[in-house]
Design a protein around this ligand. Structure first.
Ligand code: 13P
Length: 288
């Protein structure tokens, strides 16, 4: 099976009361680990690509070609969507051209009228091309220059406005943030989530900042309509820790000298373990 959109998998997740994981990719090892784990566990998966990661991998065309070839070479049969994460307006068009199967347009920093106008245009383009589209309302905070921004709570009426345009899925800020949560984080606003759900009905909701949210809050969010959960930082942390351990043990210098495949293997295994752990919590194992 080649790439699929996120639509079918999210509709099933919403009905089945579980969430599909979006795991962001940064290189070949990351991608391979996530695909292997999804296949082993029989779970549908969304590979997220930020604009920065796309640039790092030399461009979206390379990413799309790599992922499509990996699906074929690795005999991956579970549904896989390749999704632009927090796309700019220009980035969306680049990924559409490069062959992504799913796009996120993050217009949350625009005034609502401009977010509506640009999202409307992209809904039209994605419908014509058969791609899924994620929109965002209520900025999701996170760390920038060492300062952790507070996660905003989306206005449920604005969420309805964007949902009604015909997007496939909606990321609504409910106090969630990217990266590590500060010690005094008050937790997800379930009041906001319930109010958004009430307004948008059967629209699958997306929870960003999946790293470090306590399991009980994740499960409650799923019970209130979250069908896709994004994880990036947790894979980065586990990759980094495993690589550091390996280097500190001096193993990369053993034997016949430096071998990048050996150096990256513990990190790749750490990502597999993290993805498995998250999929268990999301309830998507065996749902392919
Ligand atoms: P974390 O980096 O906090 O896991 O969030 C990932 C995310 O939401 C990507 O859009």
């Amino acid at each position: 099976m080649g790439l699929v959109t996120a639509q079918d998998m999210l509709e099933k997740a919403l009905k089945g009361k579980y969430a599909v994981g979006q795991f962001n990719i940064n290189n070949l090892e990351w991608t391979k680990s996530i695909l292997q784990t999804s296949q082993e566990l029989g779970a549908p998966v969304i590979l997220g690509v930020s604009e920065g990661a796309g640039k790092y991998m030399t461009g979206f065309k390379v990413v799309a070609a790599m992922v499509k070839a990996m699906i074929e070479e690795m005999n991956i049969t579970v549904p896989v969507a390749l999704h632009l994460d927090h796309g700019t307006y220009e980035g969306c068009y680049k990924c559409i051209k490069a062959g992504f199967s799913s796009i996120m347009f993050d217009g949350s920093h625009f005034p609502i009228e401009e977010n509506v106008a640009k999202t409307t245009e992209l809904v039209h383009v994605c419908k014509q091309l058969g791609l899924s589209l994620e929109a965002e309302v209520g900025a999701i905070g996170g760390e920038e220059d060492g300062v952790i921004g507070k996660g905003e709570c989306a206005d449920p009426d604005e969420c309805k406005k964007i949902a009604d345009l015909g997007v496939t899925m909606l990321a609504a800020g409910i106090g969630n943030i990217h990266g590590k949560y500060p010690a005094n984080w008050p937790g997800l606003s379930f009041e906001t989530l319930a109010a958004v759900k009430e307004k948008v009905g059967d629209m699958p909701l997306v929870l960003h900042g999946g790293t470090g949210i306590p399991t009980d809050q994740i499960k409650k969010a799923i019970s209130l309509g979250v069908a896709k959960i994004n994880v990036n930082t947790e894979c980065q942390l586990s990759f980094q820790a495993a690589t550091r351990r390996y280097v500190e043990e001096g193993k990369d210098l053993a034997g016949k000298g430096f071998d990048p495949r050996k150096l990256l293997a513990p990190g790749a295994q750490a990502i597999k373990d993290t993805v498995k752990e998250k999929m268990e919590i999301f309830g998507c194992i065996g749902k392919a």
